[in-house]
Design a protein around this ligand. Structure first.
Ligand code: UD1
Ligand code: CA
Length: 465
């Protein structure tokens, strides 16, 4: 890769067709914003400098870009006078530092791959061109700048849709919006741009004509995988690109050794990590920074966001967020793992159980119909069916601890703060308000009273009335 590479990311435009209070490049697919995907591809080029041009909603877009690429320089374009003006603003922000090669990318092409950008920049450098254009052949070129070639096939210029003649509009080779420049040429050429065109804007694309007129080398690099250069202007295109991105991510996972029973109903975010021999059953969404270790089986119908699932674990019909499931543990069906849940190795969180801020130790089980909030459960303990960890007194949250090898009865309420010791037991229906010592049995229900002949006496009472 070029040792002296500057990348300019254009992200100042608003994207009115999104009909959104959120700016276009911040809309998300595959768990990342569109510009986040572009920045990931840019990072793979290992550029010396990155400048992002921001304008519309700069208060949101600027910090978002820095989150992905802290070393990026932000350049503010005060009025949206075109892509040429945007690049001029970018070079100004570098204080004339840009030497070597400058690659310009747009912020709304989320399928763009780092490898493609590298290959494009390498070809540009090797050919020692003033300008290179990354182009694609598309079935419907409407709206794109068209690549004008002469009889020899050499690139002569780019004509924007608005300025194109009828014949030029039939050209199906389009400007992806991604261009590479010799920095010295670019600085010169930007000074020579005019806004004397149908858009009344300074077109970056006019630099191609300027290079030709000066007798400099211009070239195009046709990318076969045209989806990588597609942008989303509205939410219909956003969904289409999102589906395509997902198709690619799922395919890569399968080629890397993951079994996906139904790729059509499986959604995997770009940052998810799946080890080989993981199995994903139909209807799953694996989102955010989720990590699934080998031999785990997920699904059907589960959503896991920012979760870590241990080797060989089984997660059935579960909704989980910021939860850790240990090796060989089982979860579900119909479990709700809220943030701060950790389940130890070979542990169990069963049907209709909700957990939050709960550390459940190795081999411990919460099998049925329970709420476990703000709790720590040791190892080898069993929580009876229908147990509520009552963590909230109406004002504050409190913690419950359960020791090792404890066996608690069904339909218990643990009123926090409270501690249940090692090897302790509780009877069915116990409301635990005071600590239970190690090895003790706690019961709280009063002695049972049987009222004999209740039904017969009831009839008599009602007859009397
Ligand atoms: C541009 C190209 C066109 C190409 C198309 C690919 C020009 C003149 N035209 O057209 O040849 O086929 O992209 O999608 O370059 N932007 C700024 N500041 C501005 C204007 C735009 O930062 O003043 C940013 C936008 O946020 C966007 C990118 O530049 O990320 C492209 O702008 P857009 O208005 O979408 O250009 P197109 O008309 O699509
Ligand atoms: Ca565009």
């Amino acid at each position: 890769m070029s040792k002296d590479l500057t990348v300019v990311v254009l992200a100042a435009g608003g994207g009115t067709r999104m009909k959104s209070k959120t700016m276009k490049v911040l809309h998300r697919i595959g768990g990342r914003s569109m510009v986040g995907h572009v920045l990931t591809a840019v990072r793979a080029m290992e550029p010396r400098r990155v400048v992002a041009v921001i304008g519309t909603q700069r208060e949101q877009v600027g910090p978002h870009i820095l989150e992905h690429l802290p070393e990026a320089v932000l350049a503010v374009q005060e009025s949206l006078d075109g892509t040429g003006d945007a690049v001029r603003v970018a070079l100004e922000a570098l204080g004339g530092q840009a030497t070597g090669t400058v690659v310009v990318v747009t912020g709304d092409t989320p399928l763009l791959r780092g490898e493609s950008l590298r290959a494009f920049a390498e070809e540009h450098d090797a050919a020692e061109r003033a300008v290179s254009i990354l182009t694609g052949k598309v079935p419907d070129p409407f709206g794109y700048g068209r690549i004008i070639r002469n009889a020899e096939g050499d690139v002569e210029g780019i004509v924007e849709e608005k300025d194109a003649t009828l014949e030029q509009r039939d050209i199906d080779e389009i400007n992806s919006g991604i261009l590479a420049f010799d920095a010295a040429f670019l600085r010169e050429a930007l000074g020579g741009l005019t806004n004397n065109n149908a858009g009344g804007e300074y077109y970056l694309t006019d630099t191609v004509r300027i290079a030709r007129d000066a007798g400099l080398t211009v070239g195009a690099h046709l990318l076969d995988d045209v989806k990588q250069t597609e942008g989303a202007n509205d939410r219909v295109q956003l969904a289409a690109l999102g589906r395509e991105l997902n198709r690619r991510v799922v395919r890569e996972a399968m080629l890397a050794g993951v079994t996906v029973m139904d790729p059509e109903t499986t959604w995997i975010d770009a940052d998810v990590v799946l080890e080989p021999d993981v199995t994903i059953l139909p209807g799953c969404q694996l989102l955010g920074a989720t990590l699934v270790r080998e031999d785990a089986v997920i699904g059907p119908d589960s959503t896991l966001k920012d979760c870590e699932i241990g080797a060989g674990a089984r997660v059935v019909r579960t909704h989980g967020e910021l939860a850790v499931v240990g090796e060989g543990a089982t979860v579900g069906p119909f479990s709700y793992l809220r943030p701060g849940t950790t389940l130890g190795a070979a542990g169990k969180i069963g049907a209709f159980v909700e957990t939050k801020n709960a550390q459940i130790g190795d081999r411990s089980k919460v099998p049925h119909l329970s709420y476990v909030g703000d709790a720590e459960i040791g190892t080898d303990s069993n929580i009876g069916a229908g147990t509520i960890f009552a963590n909230y007194d109406g004002t504050n949250k409190h913690r419950t601890t359960v020791g090792d090898r404890a066996k608690t009865g069904s339909n218990n309420t643990f009123v926090a703060p409270v501690a249940i010791g090692d090897d302790a037991m509780t009877g069915g229906g116990t409301t635990v308000r005071r600590d239970v010592p190690d090895g003790a049995l706690a019961v709280s229900a009063g002695p049972q009273r049987n009222l004999p002949d209740w039904q017969a006496r009831k009839k008599v009472r009602e007859g009397d009335a």
